[in-house]
Design a protein around this ligand. Structure first.
Ligand code: AP5
Length: 182
């Protein structure tokens, strides 16, 4: 499997595991959060528009994120595969992704859903201390996850594999590799 979608609440370990697995599979790790943070730091148009949403823990408007993903998936290095981390984030984004993939004659292999309880997430993210890792913003991100992102578990119900992300990183990696690499 080389085309994977990583789904899960903030702090579930999507980015950490995507980086490891992308290097094993030799495919790009595409994180919408990382692309947006780079845009904010470079003060691009996209970054200026996205920053206030990110600071509050709200989703950046779909049209901005979709343009970004369409552009990224059109690049040559993603032909052998990719890991999408943090996208799609709601049902309209998932429908739009299906359309983009159809246009470029690709399909994803699996959706990996990371399961971690809120209490563990809050401890992890407070310890990390990114700009959007204050307790109030973490709680808002968790609400946004539940309201907008969790419905994707049903949307992808026949293509989803759930992994217990609440254990040491190496154990999560081993479980993932078993599912994805065999
Ligand atoms: P994004 O960057 O996607 O943030 P997130 O979903 O909140 O994800 P995190 O990076 O917090 O968590 P993660 O699951 O990747 O965990 P990680 O591996 O980093 O999005 C940020 C913002 O950008 C959004 O709020 C939104 O505004 C915007 N955005 C992004 N995508 C968007 C989209 N598609 N549409 C609209 N807006 C979008 O790990 C977290 C910490 O835990 C680390 O310190 C790590 O070392 C630690 N850790 C990892 N695994 C373990 C483990 N097994 N045990 C203990 N600690 C662990």
């Amino acid at each position: 499997m080389t085309r994977l979608i990583f789904l899960g609440p903030p702090g579930a370990g999507k980015g950490t595991q995507a980086q490891i697995l992308a290097s094993t599979l030799q495919v790009p790790h595409i994180s919408t959060g990382d692309i947006l943070r780079a845009a904010v730091s470079d003060k691009t148009d996209l970054g200026m528009k996205a920053q206030a949403y990110m600071d509050r823990g709200e989703l950046v408007p779909d049209d901005l994120v979709l343009d970004m993903i369409r552009e990224r998936l059109a690049q040559d290095d993603v032909k052998p595969g990719w890991i999408l981390d943090g996208f799609p984030r709601n049902v309209p984004q998932a429908i739009a992704l299906n359309k983009v993939l159809e246009e470029i004659n690709q399909a994803f292999d699996r959706v990996i859903n990371f399961n971690v309880p809120d209490e563990a997430i809050i401890v992890r993210l407070l310890a990390r201390g990114r700009k959007d890792d204050s307790e109030s913003v973490i709680r808002r991100r968790l609400e946004v996850y539940r309201e907008q992102t969790a419905p994707l578990i049903d949307f992808y119900q026949t293509q989803i594999i759930t992994v217990d992300g609440n254990r040491p990183m190496e154990e999560v990696t081993a479980a993932l590799k078993q599912v994805v690499v065999g």
